[in-house]
Design a protein around this ligand. Structure first.
Ligand SMILES: Cc1cc2nc3c(=O)[nH]c(=O)nc-3n(C[C@H](O)[C@H](O)[C@H](O)COP(=O)(O)OP(=O)(O)OC[C@H]3O[C@@H](n4cnc5c(N)ncnc54)[C@H](O)[C@@H]3O)c2cc1C
Length: 454
């Protein structure tokens, strides 16, 4: 028994939703397109978990259905219910799953007060546990995106938070020590405690199987009412291992998001695609990239002759408490900090091999964020780091007001003196150039009305 479609999207998250919208905008015929998702709801905006479903009409929606195997040679998918679904073109948008504590040798993930955050089911559960822990103590394991944003959310909801992570600072894959120190101080001012340089070793449970204390490798024991775990994600590639080429932990695709099998495209967190700005293949775990590469894949499928190469400047952001930052590009090379780290607006540029390749800004205006996005995409040559530091944000603003012609992008700007390379301010080498995804906005319906939509 089975069904056949021209286009099948496997996965029901952000990339799937945006791919479906793009198919719809381009006039896919009724019944041609099918989405298969393990989740019981239509694709939604994951960062906000806003229940703003992304699904257009005329699409066959196969929900609550896990695909258990794929045969790319025969162009078929087998669901857990035993149905075979065939396709002419498949878009793999299976995203990633949250890493579990058990994968690091600690048991207890299934305790009722231990929470993860990847999808709507997780978010609903987390809110329930948070409600029952009001006024109590939470330990947040992990200092990345999910950890930071969940910690803020817990504090807002009057829960005492201790963050535990093995690194020396929060957001180690993106933040410099100076930037991390700003956010940690801010969190401390909100009552968050940090236990750094150690990791979880075990849980103490009560007779009902609820975690009552967290034991750390350094010997500390923290009493808890709840635990939130944000220790990273792993792309869902297993259906295609041995059938498609994999790279950087994801499905390798070309500039049209097409995999090593011409009938299969991959988008979102599961896709490793060529990032022209970096001159290499990267897998990004961010919503902007998921949205844009999904649209690009559909354009490449439906109008191959018109769609060019996917030319993407990596972009990610977060909003925590009253703070808000954006990052563009890559965090490799020397770092130049700028602005007032004791005030509201500050940032950093990354300069690699003489070119500006990354920009970070906290507390910017719309115009300022647009300026750092533009300057990063232009990749201008930077000869004098001290001069760049002293010009700070005004450098990006000047370049964005009057971008140099492509032939002169090797100049540092239109108004400054020629900049001569001096000593590096701070060497920063990102291991993957990407950061883990996460968001307090997962609690949108808990306190979402206080916040802007993303
Ligand atoms: C809580 C949270 C907050 C975030 N906040 C931000 C943010 O502020 N900024 C930012 O840049 N990024 C953020 N991200 C990251 C961003 O949401 C992801 O990059 C994005 O969701 C990736 O989209 P995707 O479609 O590739 O994967 P997903 O959205 O994870 O979707 C994958 C889908 O595939 C389905 N699936 C997987 N395997 C199967 C199978 N075998 N059969 C059927 N269905 C399957 C899953 O059920 C799911 O529906 C956040 C992520 C989370 C979890």
């Amino acid at each position: 028994m089975g069904r056949a479609f021209v286009y099948v999207i496997l996965g029901g998250g952000v990339a799937a939703g945006y791919a479906a919208l793009e198919f719809s905008n381009r006039g896919v015929s009724h019944g041609e397109l099918c989405i298969i998702s393990e989740e019981s709801v239509a694709p939604y905006e994951r960062p906000a978990l806003s229940k703003g479903y992304l699904l257009p009409e005329g699409i066959e929606l196969v929900l609550g259905t896990r695909v258990i195997s794929a045969d790319v040679r025969r162009r078929t998918l087998l669901t857990a219910a035993g149905e075979t679904i065939s396709y002419k073109i498949l878009i793999v948008a299976t995203g990633a799953r949250a890493l579990k504590l058990e994968e690091f040798g600690v048991n207890g993930s299934d305790a009722e007060n231990v929470c993860y955050l990847r999808d709507l089911t997780d978010a609903n559960r987390l809110v329930d546990v948070m409600r029952s822990s009001s006024g109590g103590n939470a330990v947040v394991i992990g200092g990345g995106y999910i950890g930071m944003e969940c910690a803020a959310s817990l504090v807002i909801n009057k829960i005492n938070v201790t963050m535990v992570f093995p690194e020396a600072q929060c957001m180690p894959r993106l933040f410099t020590p100076k930037i991390a120190s700003f956010y940690e101080d801010y969190y401390k001012s909100k009552g968050v405690e940090f236990v750094k340089g150690t990791a979880l070793s075990s849980f103490d449970m009560d007779a009902d199987g609820k975690v009552v204390a967290v034991n750390l490798r350094d010997g500390k024991r923290l009493l808890v009412d709840m635990v939130v775990v944000g220790i990273g994600i792993r792309p869902n590639t297993s259906l295609f291992e041995g059938q498609l080429t994999l790279e950087k932990g994801g499905i390798k695709v070309n500039e049209k998001m097409q995999s090593s099998n011409s009938s299969v495209y991959a988008v979102g967190d599961v896709a490793a695609f060529p990032v022209k700005l970096f001159g290499e293949t990267r897998r990004l775990e961010h919503v902007d990239s998921a949205r844009k590469c999904a649209r690009h894949a559909v354009a490449a499928i439906m109008e191959p002759e018109k769609s060019g190469e996917f030319d993407y400047v990596p972009f990610f952001y977060s909003r925590i408490f009253a703070l808000s930052w954006q990052f563009y590009g890559d965090n490799v090379g020397e770092v130049v900090h700028f602005g007032d780290f004791s005030g509201n607006t500050f940032g950093a540029y990354w300069v690699n091999k003489g070119h500006l390749v990354g920009s970070f800004l906290e507390g910017g205006t719309k115009e300022e964020y647009a300026a750092i996005a533009m300057v990063t995409s232009l990749k201008p040559a930077i000869e004098d780091l001290a001069e760049l530091e002293s010009r700070g944000l005004s450098y990006a603003m000047a370049v964005s007001r009057k971008p140099p012609p492509p032939s002169q992008i090797t100049n540092v700007g239109d108004s400054g003196p020629s900049l001569v390379l001096e000593k590096p301010v701070y060497p920063w080498h990102a291991t993957a150039g990407v950061i883990l995804a996460g968001s307090i906005a997962a609690f949108a319906y808990w306190y979402g009305r206080r916040r802007r939509r993303w």
